[in-house]
Every structure is written in C-alpha cells, then in structure tokens.
Design a protein around this ligand. Structure first.
Ligand SMILES: [Mg+2]
Length: 166
C-alpha cells in the first residue's frame, strides 16, 4: 500500500483544521509544483494566503519540500514566507529526513501534502509520514509527465482512491 494516500482531497485549501485534528496531524510538509502553484509557476493558487493564515492560526507547522531547484523554490517560498528544502529527491528519504531533523518533526503527526503518487505519496509512506494527495492544479503537457499521470490513473483504479469525506 506504499502508493496509497491516507487522505485524498482536491485542493490544498480543502485541508481544514478539522480534518487535521481528526487525523491527529499537526505539521505539514508542502510540495510546491501543482500543489501550491502550477508547475514551475510563481503564482499562488487561489485562496492560498488565507489558507496559510488559517493553518498558522490553528498552530499547524508548515514547511516546503520540493524536488525542484533552489532557483525555482526559493522565490516561491519567500513569497509565502515559509522555510524550504529544494532538490528534495522525493521519493528518496533524504529531504524528509532533513526536514525531520531541522524542525524536530514527529512523522506520526506530520503529513506530506503533494500531487504526485510516485514522489510525494510513495516517499511519505516509505519514511512513515502521513500522506495527503491532492489533484494537480493543472496537468503537465510533457510526454514524461503525461506518462506518469497515466500510470497514476492505473494506481487510482487499482487502489480505488477516492476523495476523503469530511
Ligand atoms: Mg508536485
């Protein structure tokens, strides 16, 4: 079940303090591309500033972990005022373990939030993190990505992955 997310929602802004409380999650490690913005975009997805505020008000710890380069991640993380780790190598444990050490995270109360099964969810499950899968904001057009999304659709069917009810 390494490919199956514990929670599946549409948008990052669908994550509420109530859901996190119900699942005993108090920290979120956030992916960037197609989770907080479009792939390599610098524009914040709708409602993101308000959502970040809501999370902070409810004492949810937030940080950013992206596989993208520093030049892409840094300006975005600065925009939303969060610390970040770039070149995270998800699904390898490197970035997750770095975040754990840096912020003293407890993985049983921490979720990776991302849009990709083979990086975010697989990586999270491999290190014992909680996992929240989102629908990508805008589908990528490159062949590599289109193949990945095609394989993801098979996983969705295989594991009967559906949106989590509140
Ligand atoms: Mg992503």
């Amino acid at each position: 079940m390494l490919l199956k997310p514990e929670i599946k929602l549409e948008r990052v802004t669908d994550i509420t303090p109530q859901i996190l409380n119900k699942y005993d999650i108090n920290s979120l490690i956030l992916d960037v591309d197609n989770t907080l913005s479009t792939h390599h975009g610098q524009i914040l997805t709708d409602g993101l500033p308000e959502w970040l505020e809501l999370m902070k008000e409810n004492g949810i710890f937030l940080t950013v972990l992206s596989n993208s380069k520093e030049a892409r991640v840094k300006p975005f993380a600065e925009k939303i005022n969060l610390e970040y780790i770039s070149l995270g190598l998800k699904p390898l444990p490197n970035g997750f373990l770095k975040a754990k050490k840096k912020y003293g995270l407890k993985f049983k109360n921490t979720a990776i939030v991302g849009d990709q099964i083979f990086t975010d969810i697989l990586g999270g499950n491999l290190v014992g993190l909680r996992t929240i899968l989102l629908t990508p904001i805008k589908l990528e057009t490159t062949y590599g990505f289109r193949f990945k999304r095609w394989v993801e659709r098979i996983v969705f069917k295989l594991y009967k992955i559906k949106n989590t009810e509140e």
